[in-house]
Ligand binder design. Structure first.
Ligand SMILES: Nc1ncnc2c1ncn2[C@@H]1O[C@H](COP(=O)(O)OP(=O)(O)OP(=O)(O)O)[C@@H](O)[C@H]1O
Ligand SMILES: [Mg+2]
Length: 359
């Protein structure tokens, strides 16, 4: 899939810009603070409903301006869709092909954007939340029932946690243990299936990028011992959960980690090695998406050239460009060696929130 148009209104320092994008490599070049990352943020928001830079949406909205409005035209092999995302009065609303009653998840399902940016090393060394979010974005795009099932799970989790805090009786808790268990089992299976696919794509990439670390491995922890149903695990953990006031087993406790023969923990990786691991994860996610959906997601790469050494930049870009995916790439400057090897289809000069097409 690729974005043919991206309109941005009142996002960070961008007042109102309308971009026509090429299906291949699109470059955004300009000085610090110009608004380059904000363009990627716009595309990412349409696919995730949140930013890779902040959890607080009010920071996204241009100071003193409303509404924040994004529009994209997305072309897949079979159809073209029109996506709108609006934030007004602190609320997000979606529009899909003119239908203002579309759900946000309908919008996200229609638009797949993955991103590598300077903070992406947190995928390796940061909190489990980020890794679960990454995993679930992938599962969401291959498993049609993912979103409603996850909503059901979260509702049940909130109920159980509230009852734990109120010191409710065992009978009452049992109802929610069962509800959680029923909601969780298909999602845990879907996550495991996704992880198996992801691992097959990821390990050869890691071994290629980081041969000095010995063989790579991926470890997935589903959030409870899957040899028993979640309902039983919750029963076993009940007295501990009561003492802590929250649920200590379940999908919300899942995590995954990378290890290497010569660096079993991420604590032993350099920052650059963490970034290479994060790129490999993004590329593996692209491959899984492609193998299931038969097309590529859009790939946003922020400041690639300042993040990686020349060899790894070229290797990552070659892998991306050979995939045929649409790429949105930013930089304060694009090294000429890279530019000669990978000519851009479209280039924008970005300055003070304005984009000028230069190619
Ligand atoms: N809510 C906001 N309202 C107005 N301007 C904002 C808001 N949030 C951020 N900005 C400004 O918008 C610009 C955003 O820049 P962005 O991060 O997209 O720049 P960039 O071109 O990627 O820069 P760099 O090369 O430093 O990464 C900055 O100048 C920032 O100060
Ligand atoms: Mg930036």
């Amino acid at each position: 899939m690729h974005l043919t148009e991206l309109h941005i209104q009142n996002l960070r320092n961008i007042e109102a810009e309308q971009l026509v994008l090429a299906p291949g490599l699109n470059l955004f070049v300009g000085p610090n603070g110009a608004g380059k990352t904000s363009v990627l943020e716009a595309a990412y928001l349409l696919s995730h409903g949140g930013s890779f830079r902040t959890h607080q949406a009010e920071h996204l909205q241009r100071r003193g301006a409303e509404p924040l409005a994004l529009f994209a035209q997305v072309r897949t092999d079979s159809l073209t869709r029109r996506l709108g995302l609006l934030r007004q009065g602190g609320r997000w609303t979606a529009k899909l092909d003119g239908d203002a009653s579309a759900k946000l998840t309908d919008l996200f399902a229609a638009c797949a954007v993955v991103c590598f940016e300077p903070g992406s090393h947190a995928l390796i060394s940061g909190s489990a939340d980020g890794r679960r979010g990454f995993l679930d974005w992938g599962v969401f795009h291959v498993e049609p029932d993912f979103a409603p099932r996850m909503r059901r799970y979260r509702r049940a989790l909130r109920q159980r946690n509230a009852l734990l805090k109120q010191a409710a009786g065992d009978d009452e808790l049992l109802i929610w243990d069962e509800e959680l268990s029923q909601a969780a089992e298909p999602l845990a299976t879907a996550r495991e299936a996704y992880m198996a696919r992801f691992e097959r794509e990821l390990i050869p990439l890691l071994d290629g990028y980081l041969p000095e670390l010995g063989g790579a491995s991926l470890r997935f922890r589903p959030g409870w011992n899957r040899t028993t149903p979640l309902g039983e695990a919750l029963k076993e953990a009940r007295s501990r959960d009561r003492a802590l006031g929250h649920t200590t087993r379940g999908l919300h406790r899942a995590d995954w980690n990378l290890g290497f023969a010569k660096a079993p923990s991420h604590e032993q990786l350099s920052r650059g090695q963490e970034k290479l691991c994060a790129i490999a994860c993004v590329l593996a996610q692209v491959s899984v998406y492609r193998s299931v959906r038969g097309e590529d997601p859009v790939i946003a790469f922020d400041d690639l050239c300042s993040e990686l050494d020349a060899t790894h930049q070229a290797a990552a870009l070659a892998a991306l460009i050979e995939s045929g995916a649409q790429i949105l790439l930013t930089g304060t400057e694009i090294p000429s060696a890279l530019f000669e090897r990978f000519p851009a289809q479209r280039m924008f000069h970005v300055e003070q929130g304005r984009m000028r097409e230069v190619l």
